[in-house]
Design a protein around this ligand. Structure first.
Ligand SMILES: [Mg+2]
Length: 353
């Protein structure tokens, strides 16, 4: 059971990321004009590739396979993987994450590498923690904290990551989740943190919008985000959670609706895809989207293998050797990816505006 949820979360993240990537940074209006329907891949001749959101989710999954419930081992595994990740020329990396990874590289410890930022970095790689820990949210909490602080030290970033992990945890239990269930659990579990009050308020506004029957686009508009939902967790996370709660078993509609909001579309769709994926599993993700992802060396099948290792190491409580890919292959892939990203950058200078 747990394996299906973990696999759904990992592949859901990848599909959301790949579909949202060509729209990243565009306004809602420009995205529609330039690219059209988010339900089709627009990245590479009708195929899709994944970005940092999926890469980091895989890094978290690999670190969990190695650590099996030991947060110090998890932290060490994360740090060494982030160092390797940053030297292999990733394209389109968030500023705070890049700075923190460079700090790790030049010798900062995982306890001091984080920088002050409330960006999406920790939230985008936290759904997998919810799918992995399932209903054991108390064991999950220190892992969310460790995963967030290694790159981001603003408590808002950690709260955003916790909200995403909690959503995936609730989703993975297989029942329809009421918005107050999420808000109440979040409030209870973060009550010791004085900084959590404004975040709880945002989640309450989100729940009220669900009660009023508003669409996710209408909720985004009410938050002053009518053209883009950007990379600040106080914006992205409430809108992502609204989208998930409105489409808990409808993977396609969830992912398309969030991309249509514009802004940090790959990350937002990765988060929604990861949460909904944790509920519906691989079978709930359209096969044409899984087939449409053109990735190497970390293929969809390797991600699926990683999910199965993660479930197995959890079940047996024995650390495993996680699926990993060679540095040379990854470097070649990243150079190719960077060229495609540059092509999209130039394409955006041209009409239609
Ligand atoms: Mg990305």
């Amino acid at each position: 059971m747990n394996e299906k949820m973990i696999e759904g979360c990992l592949l859901g993240t990848a599909v959301g990321d790949a579909l949202g990537l060509p729209f990243e940074g565009l306004s809602k209006k420009r995205g529609q004009k330039l690219l059209g329907c988010p339900g089709n891949f627009h990245f590479l001749l009708g195929r899709g590739m994944v970005s940092d959101d999926t890469e980091h989710t895989c890094i978290v999954a690999q670190s969990l396979v190695l650590s099996v419930g030991n947060v110090e081992t998890f932290q060490k595994a994360l740090a060494s993987r982030f160092r390797r990740w940053i030297v292999l020329l990733p394209a389109g990396v968030g500023m705070a994450t890049a700075k923190a990874c460079i700090r790790l590289l030049v010798g900062y410890s995982a306890k001091t590498s984080g920088v002050w930022s409330a960006g999406n970095g920790p939230a985008m790689r936290s759904a997998i923690l919810g799918a992995y820990f399932g209903d054991d949210v108390h064991s999950m909490q220190p892992f969310v904290q460790c995963n967030a602080r290694i790159t981001h030290t603003d408590p808002q970033a950690e709260l955003g990551a916790f909200a995403i992990a909690l959503a995936a945890s609730l989703a993975s239990r297989g029942h329809q989740v009421a918005s107050h269930e999420l808000v109440d659990t979040f409030q209870e579990m973060t009550s010791q943190q004085p900084e959590s009050a404004p975040f709880v308020e945002l989640l309450k506004q989100m729940a009220q919008s669900i009660d009023r029957g508003e669409t996710t686009a209408e909720f985004a508009q009410s938050m002053g985000l009518s053209q883009r939902v950007g990379g600040y967790v106080g914006h992205s996370v409430p809108v992502v959670l609204h989208c998930w709660l409105s489409n808990q078993t409808d993977f396609s509609n969830a992912v398309i609706s969030i991309i249509e909001c514009g802004g940090d579309t790959d990350t937002n769709a990765a988060m929604v895809g990861g949460i909904v994926g944790a509920r519906v599993g691989r079978v709930g993700i359209p096969q044409r989207w899984l087939d449409g992802i053109c990735e190497w060396p970390m293929t969809i099948e390797r991600m699926s293998q990683l999910a199965s290792q993660l479930a197995k190491s959890k079940e047996l409580q024995v650390p495993g050797k996680p699926v990993s890919v060679g540095a040379i292959g990854l470097l070649l892939r990243n150079v190719f990816f960077l060229l495609v990203v540059l092509f999209h950058g130039f394409r955006r200078l041209l009409p239609p505006y």
